[in-house]
Ligand binder design. Structure first.
Ligand code: CA
Ligand code: CA
Ligand code: CA
Length: 473
């Protein structure tokens, strides 16, 4: 819900940094839930922007049906360094089998019951590869294999995950957003969420404050995720219920209820959300509420602060609040802004204390609406991101989800990543978390802007590289 700039207030207005399209469900069949947008235009008009009209944000593709496929099992090439599995041919006697094992000086030989397979340690001083190379010429051996690693393969079972969440795991599919919007995605243009989830799906003690329009705390994606009813600085009370959709959507990207067979997956499955309302129903807010919200969130235990919002003006009190968060161990993540200007919004522009996030798409291409400048740290997917929305907002005939584009939707991917890093290593400092996020990013525009640049900073975040200690190839 990006807005035109406010021009006549004595305070500096804060802008929300997303705009939305309206999806809905085609019919009541749970097995074939398709988001479509027959009432698209009406809602689009409510939230449409100059940026959208001037710059078409999606490439049109011919319409194709999406079929939900189970992911192919990823072949892992990593295997145990010291042992193998061997199957002998059925005619081989026990005596000749044991003679052979002794001749090769195999160690710790054990039979795996029922299938006539033996596992054994390779001879002292020999590698698995060398041993297998010898065995392949032995006529008594049916097969000899390395002992491959297995790992949990965290593909969440949320119904929209494989269908729409290219941002988390992009197999290269056609995104069926509307009949007119059917982008073909590029496999791998994602934040590498699935291998990162093998390392951690988040610690419930790590709290992400979402400074926004509030959150729909009754939404099934959020009802078990909010630590409290938060704080509403707009209305000065203790109920940060969303009276728009924006904060709900952002919170869902960062930490929706995941692997619950419903809706979407979040980046940080098990981390919690603290809603802080600093933006009103119309999408406007003021620096004083934002500043108070930052400090309140830190004082109430948030380790990560997501600000999918910002203003045009530097402000020393805002900078002081950001420094307060940083000095107290919290990572701030903020959206760059959607004006396509050479001017990163505040607080994103505070280099020392805040990660500034730009948006990319399903092909790892840079979104045309991004603000840019040297303060940009990283990018994350921010085009047609599917996340939660209040049921009342979308209407009863639709599912409570929306596709939204903007740096607002890119930002909470990075907040979720920061929360996973704190979950994995609670002792990290904000500086360390920020640097891990920066230095593990993929430089996806290296053909035109090698290295750090003003458009995507260090690159599109790569959670696998940030969280998986090392990988055997
Ligand atoms: Ca879910
Ligand atoms: Ca920066
Ligand atoms: Ca670059």
């Amino acid at each position: 819900m990006f807005r035109e700039k406010t021009t006549s207030t004595s305070f500096f207005g804060i802008l929300l940094l997303a705009f939305s399209l309206m999806p809905g469900l085609s019919d009541g069949k749970a097995a074939d839930r398709r988001l479509k947008t027959s009432q698209l235009q009406q809602k689009k008009n409510e939230v449409s922007t100059r940026t959208v009209r001037q710059k078409p944000l999606v490439r049109r593709q011919s319409r194709k049906m999406i079929k939900i496929q189970m992911p192919a099992r990823i072949q892992t090439s990593a295997y145990a360094p010291d042992r193998i599995m061997v199957k002998f041919k059925p005619e081989v006697t026990i005596q000749s089998r044991e003679n052979m094992i002794a001749a090769y000086q195999m160690r710790d030989v054990q039979e795996i019951p029922r299938i006539n397979v033996f596992r054994m340690k390779v001879p002292e001083g020999m590698s698995v590869e060398e041993t297998l190379a010898l065995l392949q010429f032995n006529p008594d051996v049916d097969y000899a294999r390395p002992v491959y690693k297995t790992r949990i393969f965290d593909i969440p079972n949320d119904s929209f995950f494989m269908l729409y969440q290219y941002n988390l795991y992009n197999r290269g599919i056609v995104l069926d957003i509307t009949p007119e919007i059917q982008p073909q995605t590029t496999a791998g243009a994602d934040i590498k969420a699935t291998p990162a989830w093998d390392v951690t799906t988040g610690n419930p003690e790590v709290v992400i404050a979402v400074l926004d329009t509030g959150a729909d705390m009754t939404h099934l994606e959020l009802q078990n995720k909010v630590v409290s009813s938060g704080r509403d600085f707009v209305n000065d009370d203790s109920d940060a219920t969303d009276d728009s959709f924006h904060g709900t959507h952002v919170a869902g990207v960062a930490a929706a209820e995941t692997d619950n067979a419903e809706g979407i997956a979040g980046v940080a499955w098990n981390c919690k959300i603290l809603p802080v309302k600093v933006i009103d129903q119309e999408g406007t807010g003021y620096y004083d509420d934002m500043i108070e919200g930052i400090i309140w969130a830190v004082d109430n235990g948030a380790k990560v602060l997501n600000l999918s919002l910002g203003g045009d003006v530097a402000d020393p009190a805002l900078e002081a609040a950001c420094k307060y968060a940083y000095d107290n161990g919290a990572v701030m993540v903020a959206a760059a802004g959607n004006d396509a200007l050479n001017a990163v919004a505040y607080p994103a522009a505070y280099d020392d204390y805040v990660l500034a996030v730009a948006a990319t798409d399903w092909n790892d291409e840079v979104a045309s609406f991004n603000n840019y400048g040297p303060e940009i740290d990283v990018a994350a997917p921010g085009m047609w991101i599917l996340s939660a929305a209040p049921q009342w907002y979308v209407g009863e005939e639709y599912l409570p989800y929306l596709f939204v584009s903007g740096t607002s939707t890119a930002c909470p991917h990075v907040a979720g990543f920061a929360a996973l890093l704190f979950s994995f290593k609670s002792w990290l400092t904000p500086d360390q978390v920020m640097n891990i996020i920066r230095y593990t990013a993929d430089d996806v525009n290296s053909s035109s802007y090698a290295g750090k640049d003003d458009y995507i900073g260090y690159g599109r975040i790569n959670m696998e590289r940030g969280l998986v200690p090392y990988k055997l190839k």
